[in-house]
Each structure stands twice: as structure tokens, then as C-alpha cells.
Design a protein around this ligand. Structure first.
Ligand code: AHM
Ligand code: MG
Length: 338
């Protein structure tokens, strides 16, 4: 019992480890923790909604049923606004960045970018989904509404990032730039308990994760890399194993623990891939680097890309260092688009 460290305790304990320590970031992470618990509760009863709700789309309390990604967006936004540490958020669910108008919010120095419910197509089939978040200090003056520049900062300026995985258990994983730490939710106590301190990804892995259905549309370098993964070379642990859930957070989490690579490359029909730089790739890139891995667009470090648009997409290769380097080498050797 005395060994249990809760997320709240851990954040306070580590507060002095990062240069921005003032208690505000701790409080901000506390809002994320709270929203995560609320969303977790809702996700866990996803299958029950149709049973307990009435036919007209209302639940048993007479409230409109909302899609879970809209629900998650509302809960995270509300939690972030309530504690006054954030002046605005950008979200996959919002066309434009949202400025919080209360004076206390305007006087705060952080912006949050998030994908409130990533992989939401997996909810209907009871497969893991996640929330991804990224936190920056604003560049516009405190006391004014946040500007576009606050949200379009490169990933290397993140002060914190993390994800929540709603899986066979629910976990919150985060970094403030001093390692990556994971906390497992104990629903009986209602707290996240430290379960994975200083997570590290193996330098080499043998899991590759990609939507192979798009193979024909991949760049030649990616096709060659996939074939490399499938070659029979026992002394190099090949063939590798293929695992793809279709939930970035879940695929990332598994590969982090076991060693592997997740790829969402450009395709002939989607030249920038599918994943969004600001609230999917950058936070995952910050986390993986803290765990000893790397994240790349095939050429450039993800966190060094200069964003130009809120919902900008980017090819994404993330995971064990040697695996990401290998696919980069193939992309350089075979620059053909198909
Ligand atoms: P979403 O934000 O609309 O849920 O899309 C992101 C998701 C990722 O979680 C996942 O890795 C990917 O899309 C799967 O895409 P695909 O079905 O094209 O393989
Ligand atoms: Mg998403």
C-alpha cells in the first residue's frame, strides 16, 4: 500500500524537474486527468447506451446521446477551461482553435492541442481507443486572446504531451521532458497509479504496424521496407510480426512496450498521409523521444517540422530507432512515389 504513487502525487513530486515549474502545469495535467476519468466511464458503457437509451436517441435521463468523440471533446474542453490554466485549445473536433474568454483564462500561459478520441471507429467494436494531448506555452502576450501562432509552434517547443489509452485497462502516459511515465487507472479507487516509471522502447523491435491494405499506393521505399520486414533472415529476427489495430494510441503503446514501428506513410491518394501533425504526431514524437525512440516523416524529425495549418497532415514513422532509421534509408534509396 505504501508503494502506491498516484498520478497527482507524482506530478507534484516532479514539478520541480522542469523549467516551467509554477504549479500551473500540474494543475493543467490535473484537468486532463479528470476529463480522462469521465471519458473512461462513458467509453466503458458504450455498448450499454443502445440498451439503456430510448429509441429516439435519448438516454435514460432524457439527455441527447452524443457521439463519443463529441462527448470527449466537450469534456476535455470543459475541464481545461474550468481550471483557468489554459487560454485556448485546438482539437480534431473543432475547425478553428477555441479561445477561452474568461479573464483568468486569458491571463494564463498555456495552450492545449488534442485529439479527444482517436481511433473512434473502433468504439463500436469494443477495441481500444485513446486521447492524445500536447501542451505549449503561448507566444502571444498573456492577457490577450490566443493567436494562430500559439497553436502553430513546432513540436520541439512542447512543454508536455501524453495520451490516455482506454484499453483492457485504462492508462495515462505523459512526459514533461524528463522521461515518459505511465499510470494505470484503478477504477475501484478512482485514481491513476504509477505502474510504468521511465518507460523505454527497445532500440530494435520485430513488430511492424501499417495498414497494408494501402500497399499498392505506398511509396516504393515503404514497399521495399515491408518486404524487408517479411524476409526470412532468422539471424536478424526476421520475418517480423505484423500487428495493426487501427488505433494509433494502442498501436503506439504496444510497440513502445515490445519494440516496433508504426507507419502511416503518404499514399498515391493522400500525399501527406492521414495523421495530423499537431495533435497526433507531435505529441507521440515527444513521447517516443523521451522513451529513447524516434519519429520521422520519412526524412525529417517530426518535432522539427514547422506547422502551417491547424489540421495539417504528415507522413508518420515512429518507434524503435533502428527500425525508423531503416525505413528512412529505404525511402532515400527508392525515392519513387509508387
Ligand atoms: P481518427 O483521428 O479519425 O480516429 O484517425 C486516426 C486513426 C489512427 O488512430 C489510426 O492509426 C489510423 O487512423 C487508422 O487509419 P486507417 O483506417 O486508414 O488505417
Ligand atoms: Mg485522430
Amino acid at each position: 500500500m505504501s508503494d502506491i504513487r498516484t498520478l497527482g502525487e507524482f506530478i507534484v513530486e516532479k514539478q520541480t524537474d522542469f523549467p516551467h515549474a509554477s504549479g500551473e502545469l500540474s494543475s493543467l495535467l490535473g484537468s486532463i486527468k479528470l476529463a480522462a476519468k469521465i471519458v473512461n466511464r462513458e467509453i466503458n458503457k458504450a455498448g450499454l447506451v443502445d440498451i439503456t437509451g430510448s429509441v429516439g436517441g435519448e438516454n435514460i435521463q432524457g439527455e441527447d446521446q452524443q457521439k463519443l468523440d463529441v462527448y470527449a471533446n466537450d469534456k476535455f474542453k470543459a475541464a481545461l477551461e474550468a481550471r483557468d490554466q489554459v487560454c485556448g485549445v485546438a482539437s480534431e473536433e473543432e475547425d478553428e482553435a477555441v479561445a477561452f474568454n474568461k479573464e483568468l483564462n486569458r491571463n494564463s500561459k498555456y495552450v492545449v492541442l488534442m485529439d479527444p478520441l482517436d481511433g473512434s471507429s473502433n468504439i463500436d467494436v469494443n477495441v481500444s481507443v485513446g486521447t492524445i494531448f500536447s501542451i505549449y506555452q503561448r507566444v502571444s502576450p498573456v492577457g490577450t486572446p490566443p493567436t494562430q501562432e500559439d497553436f502553430l509552434q513546432p513540436g520541439n517547443r512542447q512543454v508536455a504531451a501524453g495520451y490516455i489509452i482506454y484499453g483492457s485497462s485504462t492508462m495515462l502516459v505523459y512526459t514533461t521532458g524528463n522521461g515518459m511515465h505511465g499510470f494505470t487507472y484503478d477504477p475501484s479507487l478512482g485514481v491513476f497509479c504509477l505502474s510504468h516509471e521511465n518507460m523505454r522502447i527497445p532500440e530494435d523491435g520485430r513488430i511492424y504496424s501499417i495498414n497494408e491494405g494501402n500497399y499498392i499506393r505506398f511509396p516504393m521505399g515503404v514497399k521495399k521496407y515491408i518486404k524487408h520486414c517479411q524476409e526470412d533472415v532468422p539471424e536478424d529476427n526476421r520475418p517480423y510480426t505484423s500487428r495493426y489495430i487501427g488505433s494509433l494510441v494502442a498501436d503506439f503503446h504496444r510497440n513502445l512496450l515490445k519494440g516496433g514501428i508504426y507507419m502511416y506513410p503518404s499514399t498515391a491518394t493522400h500525399p501527406n498521409g492521414k495523421l495530423r501533425l499537431l495533435y497526433e504526431c507531435n505529441p507521440m514524437a515527444f513521447l517516443i523521444e523521451q522513451a529513447g525512440g524516434i519519429a520521422s516523416d520519412g526524412k525529417t524529425r517530426i518535432m522539427d517540422l514547422k506547422p502551417t495549418e491547424l489540421h495539417q497532415r504528415v507522413p508518420f514513422f515512429v518507434g524503435s530507432t533502428n527500425m525508423v532509421r531503416k525505413v528512412e534509408a529505404f525511402l532515400e534509396e527508392y525515392p519513387e512515389q509508387q
